[in-house]
Design a protein around this ligand. Structure first.
Ligand code: ARG
Ligand code: ZN
Length: 892
């Protein structure tokens, strides 16, 4: 908690470290109230780093540490031999080789930030990325300092029978006084953010797994006793990840042992510590009774993500934190490809791609248009933890994907191979990655650099002209990018635009550009601000399918007619654009209906749209998973992002009206599809079954959006008879969202009864209780008063991040009607919660703070309340850097 003005750190100020560390030896005497850490560093002067004429110093960082002793080459240092300024400890020194010994004390049990060494449910865990290692010991805690680690752990044997750290277990044994020890050695050089230890009472599922080169690796998934019935899927996902990395990229596990540990208190999803990944329980624990299809998919993706970091992040790491997307964008791209390959079918791949597009529009586009907008490689930050964002992660993954689109799969693979050949065991930059791609592909990718340096979502405006006489079709693309904080003007991006042309019968027309035959999808390279492409031999007026497979993270504007969109929605051979056509049809109507609702006009939905939806619903030639995506309306957040002045209530009314109208007008088709989409037999989280359940449950949701007694009875029956959490929670959601319906007797009683029974059955499962809170927090009938009442529930606590998020963050981020109550009560609650959370855990508080990012987009009456709430937070004397940066930028 700081009271002084926080400092901004700039990318341009990077300087190399004055000393490098070759080896680290750490000794831990673990005690929740007083842990003693002995740190022995072998340092080497870094002559590549100039000192700018100043005397050379060893620079170490430390936070919340009690310094006991420092010795330099065996000589004890006194207070005058070094200087401490905030978190920075500087020791004047010019020797070539230095052994530095530092002893410190920290207090894990009072560490509520969950950064550094902390206690969760009586056990010790660490989280060091980005700058948590400095809360464990003084160290040059920056990613370009890579060292080997030897770690001795000592703790009470009964309380902490399991002692884990990175790498290989060298030795273990007993000590006097009921204590024991374990000695671990990590042979690979790593930055300090990848350090980890666990000292705990845990059990594991384990097996040995054959690697490509014939070695066998020991794989372990560690959990609290009682959760051993929920580790199977994580283990399977780990084995699939190892195999996939071998097969697709020829990347092998470099250790003999790989461990996953689940912890209930965790700020993020998971962490890729070398050989000892530490996970939020949410991304490990699953069985059909407690986890949904989405949970299973999340586990596979996150287990893959952390495993893939072993090469993209750990073997090749980041020079500095501005380069975070070097590892995160690339690793998200890799986990996306992994998930797509695990499904295997073309249509399954498309569904994963549609999900990615949804995430971008739901979260990244708004971020890129708000006060926290930043380039994929930021130029400055106050608190690095605020930059683990959808821009760095998901837009970063899109940037990596564009290399593959431009270079082709083989070209991209060559670039990856060159990247590893050049940079293994180095700390490098996004420019190094781009250079490997350019060199391997023999291409000039200098303009592509702007995807890293310019923030904001580019807009591509398309115009077309068909010349029947010449049989040419001209596609004119004009690109622009709105101003973002600190970046007024933008230069043109290098944008791959995949294009196809449909004939009147919906079939792809062959494409010819400058006499070259391009098949049926051409990847055009838009590099100018205004560029035209002329297709030849076009025998009829076509309908353009632009930005196929979402070939670039841009906003495409084109004046499609309804007829063209209906053609694309029923025929486009590119499934992503087929889905997109449906989204455009829906968005046009939703925006118009929101205007009508705001003006108090009556609402009405046309037959063209409802017919298109009906056709999609009953088209048995299409995968259920795809149909579900195609029938799902744009979210309220996505609709809001299209409006100059956001009116949350009008948006909600419009979207609810469309849902209810579809529910009523397609009642019999929805009911028939519901019956046709059952998945009899034992639960399995395979893509086919997941798709069927998703479509079935969407049908149920539509039926219950215009509820009659039959719909509610159906939901109740599904709730009672569900054999898995996916169906159970979907039925619960349908009942809870129908709670205010006047068409059904006792709608509220049905919802309350289901909620009560759900809690009673699952109160012992923390992750399910989170779902219970989140379900209520997101229901439009839940207002601030109801949230405050839920906060007094015995199962609620602000101290556990998953629990705090399930209620408070869900309400502020996923319940626009409740949160944007006209009296400002939602914003007052937000301010109160941010302040209360900030005193415990700045990272969680800061995430919540971002719920107010786009406050300037709302109607003046709401803005006034929002500004007041923001000022209330900003005006606090003590505030973390995390929250101060977010509210400061929002108000700037
Ligand atoms: N590297 C982790 C991952 O994406 C995330 C760690 C985030 N930590 C943080 N303090 N923001 O897999
Ligand atoms: Zn990551």
């Amino acid at each position: 908690m700081r009271t002084d003005t926080p400092q901004t750190i700039y990318r341009k100020d990077y300087t190399a470290p004055s000393y490098l560390v070759d080896a680290v030896e750490l000794g831990f005497d673990l005690d929740p109230a007083r842990t003693v850490v002995a740190n022995r560093l072998t340092l080497r002067r870094n002559d590549a780093a100039g000192t700018g004429g100043a005397r050379r110093e060893i620079e170490l960082y430390g936070e919340e540490l009690q310094l006991v002793a420092i010795r330099l080459n065996g000589k004890a240092l006194g207070a005058r031999d070094y200087a401490i300024d905030g978190a920075l400890l500087r020791i004047p020194c010019d020797a070539q080789d230095v052994v530095l010994e530092i002893e410190t004390i920290c207090v894990p049990e009072t560490n509520t930030t969950l950064s550094g060494l902390y206690v969760s449910n009586g056990n010790f865990y660490t989280q060091c990325e980005a700058e948590g290692f400095r809360r464990i010991t003084y160290f040059p805690d920056r990613p370009d300092v890579m060292a080997t680690y030897t770690v001795m752990l000592r703790a009470d044997k009964r309380q902490f029978p399991v002692l884990l750290s990175n790498g290989n277990l060298i030795e273990e044994g007993d000590l006097p006084d009921g204590r024991h020890y374990a000695l671990w050695e990590d042979p690979f050089k790593k930055p300090s953010y990848l350090f980890a230890l666990v000292a705990a009472s845990l059990v594991c599922q384990e097996e040995t797994f054959p690697l490509q080169d014939g070695r066998r690796a020991l794989l372990q998934v560690w959990v609290e006793e009682g959760n051993l019935d929920k580790t199977d899927y994580a283990m399977q996902s780990l084995k699939r990840s190892i195999r996939w990395d071998e097969e697709r990229w020829n990347l092998e596990l470099d250790l003999d042992r790989f461990m996953i540990v689940a912890v209930g208190d965790f700020n993020m999803g998971a962490m890729e510590n070398k050989g000892l990944n530490i996970f939020n329980t949410k991304y490990v624990l699953a069985n059909p009774r407690v986890a949904t299809d989405v949970d299973f998919q999340g586990i596979e993706a996150v287990v893959g993500h952390e495993y893939f970091h072993n090469w993209t992040g750990n073997r090749v790491t980041c020079r500095d934190w501005f380069q975070l997307s070097l590892k995160e964008g690339l690793t998200v791209f890799r986990d996306q490809e992994f998930s797509a390959d695990m499904i295997g079918t073309a249509s399954g791949r498309a569904v994963t791609r549609i999900d990615q597009v949804r995430t971008l529009r739901q979260a990244q586009f708004p971020e890129d248009a708000g006060p926290m907008a930043h380039p994929v490689r930021p130029d400055s930050f106050v608190e690095i933890n605020n930059f683990y964002t959808v821009t760095v992660y998901e837009k970063g993954a899109e940037v990596v994907r564009m290399y593959q689109t431009l270079l082709g799969r083989d070209g991209f693979r060559k670039g990856m191979d060159l990247y590893f050949a050049r940079h293994d065991e180095q700390a490098v930059t996004c420019d190094d990655f781009r250079a490997a791609m350019a060199d391997a592909g023999g291409r000039d990718l200098s303009q592509f650099e702007r995807w890293y340096s310019q923030a904001g979502t580019p807009v591509v405006q398309a115009e077309t002209h068909y010349d029947a006489e010449r049989q040419t079709y001209t596609l004119r693309l004009v690109q622009s990018c709105p101003a973002t904080p600190g970046q007024a003007g933008k230069l043109p991006f290098h944008i791959p635009v995949a294009v196809g042309l449909l004939g009147a019968d919906g079939r792809d027309l062959p494409l010819t550009l400058d006499g070259v035959d391009l098949g049926t999808t051409a990847v055009l390279e838009l590099v100018e601000a205004d560029q035209s492409f002329v297709f030849g031999g076009v025998r009829e007026q076509p309908t353009p399918s632009i930005l196929r497979d979402f070939s670039a993270p841009v906003i495409l504007k084109y004046g499609y007619s309804d007829a063209e969109l209906v053609l694309l929605f029923s025929h486009d051979s590119d499934p992503v654009n087929r889905w997109e056509a449906g989204q455009r049809l829906a968005m046009g109507r939703l925006l118009k209906l929101a205007e009508d609702a705001a003006a108090g006009r009556s609402l009405d939905l046309d037959d063209v749209f409802v017919d298109a939806m009906r056709k999609m619903l009953v088209d048995a030639s299409l995968d259920p998973a795809f149909r579900e995506q195609a029938l799902l309306l744009p979210s309220e957040t996505m609709i809001a992002d299209q409006m100059d002045v956001v009116d949350p209530m009008a948006i909600h009314m419009a979207r609810q009206f469309v849902r209810a109208d579809i529910g009523a007008r397609l009642r019999s088709e929805l009911r028939a599809q519901y019956d046709a989409s059952q998945t009899p037999g034992e639960y399995s989280p395979d893509a086919e079954s997941i798709g069927r359940r998703a479509l079935k449950n969407l049908c149920l949701a539509y039926l219950c959006a215009a509820p009659d007694e039959a719909a509610i009875a159906l939901a109740r029956r599904q709730f009672d008879e569900a054999g898995n959490m996916t169906d159970r929670v979907a039925a619960l959601g349908a009942l809870v969202h129908a709670r205010a319906s006047s068409a059904v007797a006792d709608a509220a009683a049905h919802a309350d009864d289901a909620l009560r029974r759900f809690y009673d059955e699952f109160q012992g499962e923390a992750l399910v209780v989170d779902k219970w809170f989140a379900m209520q927090a997101s229901a439009p009938t839940t207002d601030v008063a109801a949230v405050r009442a839920l906060m007094t529930h015995p199962a609620f606590t602000l101290r556990n991040p998953n629990r705090a998020r399930s209620l408070v963050s869900t309400f502020c981020g996923a319940n626009p009607v409740g949160f944007h109550a006209p009296d400002g009560s939602g914003y007052a609650f937000w301010a109160e919660s941010v302040i209360a959370l900030d005193a415990l855990n700045p990272q969680v508080a800061s995430r919540l703070a971002r719920a107010m990012d786009r406050w300037r987009r709302y109607a003046p009456a709401l803005q006034k309340h929002m500004k007041k709430a923001l000022q209330q937070v900003a005006g606090r004397a003590t505030l973390s850097n995390d929250v101060r940066e977010v509210v400061g930028k929002a108000l700037a």
